[in-house]
Design a protein around this ligand. Sequence first.
Ligand SMILES: Nc1nc2c(ncn2[C@@H]2O[C@H](COP(=O)(O)OP(=O)(O)OP(=O)(O)O)[C@@H](O)[C@H]2O)c(=O)[nH]1
Ligand SMILES: [Mg+2]
Length: 294
Amino acid sequence: MTYLSGFVAIVGPPNVGKSTLLNSILGKKVAIVTSKPQTTRNRITGIYTGEDFQMVFMDTPGIHKTWTPLHKSMVESAKAALREVDIVLLITEVSEAVWEETLPVIGVLKKTSRPAVLAINKVDKTKKEILLPAIDRARKIYEFNAIVPISALKGINLNELMGELKALLKPGPQLFPEDMDTVQSEEFLISEIIREKIYLHTRKELPYSCAVTVDFIQEDPKKNLLSIAARIHVETESQKGILIGKKGSMIKNIGKAAREELESRFGVKIFLDLIVRVEKNWSKDTRALRKLGY
Ligand SMILES: Nc1nc2c(ncn2[C@@H]2O[C@H](COP(=O)(O)OP(=O)(O)OP(=O)(O)O)[C@@H](O)[C@H]2O)c(=O)[nH]1
Ligand SMILES: [Mg+2]
């Protein structure tokens, strides 16, 4: 049998379930997920190895209108992924509003001339009557190799989706060992989990003004303990105040939630030390962005 392999970019507007889908396909959380748009800020690699094929997925930030250097860096990394891969997996939803946001992404897709599969996500909360017109509408605008209604959250039609993607793979070598499912560093994963908890615990613009870096990770195998020191960068003093909260209550809750997830993830006790630091207007400053990993 010929071995098949290739790179697949998962692209689309913000909040349509791109990261949820990657996690569902892999059966493991490699990308953070929140109910807020613009959660993913970097490209996240997820490797799926089948019996006779390997797909290397790239989850990307949602493509949206940009107005800060952070947005620009996010959207640029998504667009670059579109150009670099073999297959594009475009995610959308049936709603009019999301479709409007999807059109510019199709505009970028047209320029790349890559084979593309459209997945219409969140069908678990979609009425059947509006699904068929949505498929027709999509068919008229682009020659997708396949259109598959799915639910990333409930795992509906994911086998069909994988089948359509596999049909587009070309013969190629196995690119990563079969037991490898991601290439992100432990440090990156830790900073992302902390960032996810910030998104879950804070409101309005605050999540978007936070970046997380890890200062050190120290292992103490004798005590089965991992000590982690991480830093949350905010843009203003007032954001720092809100993030710390009354008597430190907010940062304590964020730290507890992150620690619990990290403990179950790594199977060891975690000591997590979080500090909050003001890095003035970091999301608007290209040098600061680079320092923070964007
Ligand atoms: N009902 C339903 N909700 C879903 C489904 N897939 C994802 N969601 C929810 O949609 C929200 C956004 O999911 P994400 O996976 O973070 O979306 P994303 O496209 O990666 O978002 P960005 O990284 O911000 O671009 C979360 O609240 C998910 O739980 C689905 O199939 N059904
Ligand atoms: Mg995402």
